[in-house]
Design a protein around this ligand. Structure first.
Ligand code: AMP
Ligand code: ZN
Length: 116
């Protein structure tokens, strides 16, 4: 398996500002935040994109969404609301080929300044 930047973050080979971790997942601050809160939730196991998810990964995908919900609560953005985003492939704007769920919030994301 080719090493990728998010695999390296999962293995702590490069630093990240981690906000949550368990056996399956790591969540860390995006280095180029698009809003006041911008967290990336990744599986520790390399999966390139949503296109590569198998039925056997259903539990893992569910864990990613539930982790996002819990982190949003921890960061006090649950009540006002937030966005969850998976980019998929070139036309979806996915730059890092290791599946990641964006948790974006802390502002009114439907305003023009946040064209997400
Ligand atoms: P995407 O366009 O969906 O592939 O998003 C990739 C995201 O990863 C971008 O928002 C980048 O700012 C973020 N990113 C890339 N490298 C790092 C890193 N080393 N630490 C934190 N965030 C990163
Ligand atoms: Zn990877």
């Amino acid at each position: 398996m080719t090493e990728c930047i998010f695999c390296k973050i999962a293995k702590k080979e490069i630093p990240a500002e981690t906000v949550f971790e368990n056996d399956e997942l790591v969540a860390f601050k995006d280095r180029n935040p698009l809003a006041p809160v911008h967290i990336l939730i990744i599986p520790k196991r390399h999966i390139a994109s949503i296109n590569d998810l198998m039925m056997a990964d259903a539990g893992l995908a569910g864990q990613m969404i539930l982790a996002a919900k819990n982190i949003a609560k921890d960061l006090s953005i649950s009540e006002k609301g937030y966005k969850l985003l998976f980019r998929v492939g070139e036309w979806g704007g996915q730059e890092v080929p290791h599946i990641h769920l964006h948790l974006i919030g802390g502002a009114r994301l439907y305003e023009d300044i946040y064209p997400l």
